[in-house]
Design a protein around this ligand. Structure first.
Ligand code: ATP
Ligand code: MG
Length: 364
């Protein structure tokens, strides 16, 4: 049945190609293996990373890890430190303190090996204006060490995958923003790297392209380990298995989108609609074990809309249903209330000292 009340709103460059050229020269590197508590391998491991620009601390003691095949969303307001962290992970700038392992290699001590296994889509894709898309990607493939006999098929493959075929012979300097972004993604994929670091991959794309790019990223996961940054909150829930929320350079939460939206409140909240023929429902619901607060938020035609809070970690749904039925009332709706990701994000990035729940304590 449709809700009588509707949903209550809850409270509210240039690319350093030369580095890749050098990458092809180094043989038999010693890879560091970081074994996760579950016995899997973390492909990316960031430990106490700090970056200071003079007096500005852009990244402040950031730690997180990404398991093989996972898509990790990097979420934060403007100036939070997302791009800075990604630049450090891709070896484009050194950290002031801390350590980062990418694809088994220390990005500071083994930068060439780490870079060789990384595809990076920077905020501004680095294109050469006088080359066509096809020429540019062929050039990048060569620089990144793709064998000569494979270059052509790789170039055509990424052009196809990033929907750039219709513009393949157009000069990069004459491309629209969306096509520049597609070519940026194509150059990140060209050498089939283990790790993809994508700084706002859907920025500047049209809605159809946004959906297709998200689908592409999801398909790439599994074979590739991916970190993407975004401001688009639904993108995180639709694409990423886990989210790092960063604010003013600090990690404020690391968890799955579901856990972030469901567990932030510290107590469980349920929404109920009860047809009690206009009778008072409060005292009956308050007497249910584990219930800490009952609030009637609306009444219409004898039906009451109620929000109930209960002790954290205790599922009171069965007891609530029993109590309602026992009274002979009609239980029209009973569902957990979750904060939207927008609310979680605002909560974590606008308060001075956000309270970290168990779910939010950074992992790794
Ligand atoms: N080269 C630089 N010199 C000095 N400060 C810098 C430099 N680059 C970035 N910053 C500062 O570091 C902080 C983090 O910037 P960063 O670009 O990493 O943020 P971001 O999360 O990527 O933001 P956005 O969402 O706007 O892309 C900001 O305060 C920014 O002003
Ligand atoms: Mg940025």
């Amino acid at each position: 049945m449709a809700s009588a009340f509707g949903r209550k709103v809850i409270r509210p460059v240039v690319f350093r190609l030369t580095a890749f050229a050098k990458a092809t020269a180094v043989k038999k590197p010693e890879a560091a293996k970081i074994v996760t508590p579950a016995g899997g391998i973390n492909v990316i491991e960031v430990q106490n990373l700090t970056k200071r620009y003079g007096r500005v601390t852009a990244v402040d003691d950031v730690s997180f890890s990404v398991a093989r095949g996972e898509i990790l969303g990097f979420l934060g307001p403007n100036g939070a430190g997302k791009t800075t962290t990604m630049r450090i992970l891709t070896g484009y700038m050194p950290a002031t303190e801390g350590r980062a392992i990418v694809a088994g290699f220390d990005v500071f001590n083994q930068p060439v090996d780490a870079k060789r296994r990384t595809g990076y889509l920077p905020e501004t894709p680095p294109l050469y204006p006088d080359m066509t898309i096809r020429e540019y990607l062929t050039f990048v493939a060569k620089i990144k060490g793709v064998p000569a006999n494979e270059r052509r098929s790789r170039v055509e493959g990424v052009i196809e995958r990033t929907w750039a075929k219709d513009m393949a012979d157009r000069h990069c300097g004459r491309l629209s923003k969306g096509y520049r972004q597609r070519v940026g993604l194509a150059q990140a994929l060209i050498h089939n790297p283990d790790v993809l670091i994508l700084d706002e991959p859907t920025a500047g794309l049209d809605p159809k392209q946004i959906i297709e790019t998200r689908e592409l990223i999801k398909k790439l996961a599994g074979d590739h380990t991916i970190i993407l940054s975004t401001h688009i909150l639904p993108e995180v829930s639709q694409t990423c298995q886990r989210v790092v929320i960063i604010n003013k350079g600090r990690v404020v939460a690391v968890d799955t989108p579901e856990n972030l939206t469901g567990r932030l409140r510290g107590s469980e909240t349920m929404y109920l609609e009860i047809d009690a023929g206009g009778q008072d429902v409060t005292s009956t619901l308050e007497s249910v074990a584990g219930v800490t607060k009952v609030q009637v938020i609306g009444r219409q035609n004898g039906v009451a809309a109620i929000e109930i809070e209960s002790v954290h970690g205790r599922d009171v749904r069965r007891e609530l249903a029993r109590a309602v039925v026992h009274q002979g009332w009609g239980l029209l709706e009973l569902r957990p209330v979750k904060m939207s990701l927008e609310e979680v994000f605002l909560h974590l990035t606008t308060e001075e000292t956000p309270e970290l729940s168990e779910a939010e304590v950074p992992r790794g």
